[in-house]
Design a protein around this ligand. Structure first.
Ligand code: SF4
Length: 137
């Protein structure tokens, strides 16, 4: 068991302090830290990273929010078309600018410049107009 614990601790160490604080505040046991991080990518670029609960309850990037909105639900009307994100995903984002800008309803002139991945709440987001944090669970 000592061996498994050592591996777990090694995996948990790269967690940024902000994530660790966020998890501790919500009572997530340390042994569950290793499976709580999620990334969203657009065109091969990371555009959002956050603890799983934060990502699912309070996405900050418009693409993450669009993906979550498009998830099928048990109470969906089977006669209704599936929810999608309009437009076509880019293959690989090679140019300057946000890789999601052709499909984003919040796109503006600043989005022609590539957004940096910056701290936002418990995670990081690359967006010039990130969504506001939800009130929380
Ligand atoms: S940077 Fe601009 S285009 Fe890209 S996701 Fe944010 S608001 Fe939309």
């Amino acid at each position: 068991m000592a061996h498994r614990s050592a591996i777990r601790n090694r995996l948990a160490k790269p967690l940024p302090d902000a994530w660790r604080r966020w998890l501790v505040e919500r009572g997530v046991p340390k042994r569950k830290y290793t499976a709580v991080c999620r990334l969203t990518l657009v065109g091969g670029r990371v555009v959002e990273e956050a603890p799983t609960v934060a990502l699912f309850t309070s996405p900050r990037h418009p693409y993450t929010a669009g993906l979550l909105h498009a998830l099928p639900r048990l109470d969906d009307d089977p006669g209704e078309p599936m929810r999608t994100i309009p437009g076509v995903p880019p293959a690989v984002a090679l140019d300057e600018g946000c890789a999601f800008r052709d499909r984003c309803s919040l796109s503006g002139s600043r989005c022609a410049a590539r957004p940096e991945l910056l701290a936002a709440g418990a995670g990081r987001v690359a967006c010039h107009h990130p969504l506001a944090a939800a009130a929380g669970p």
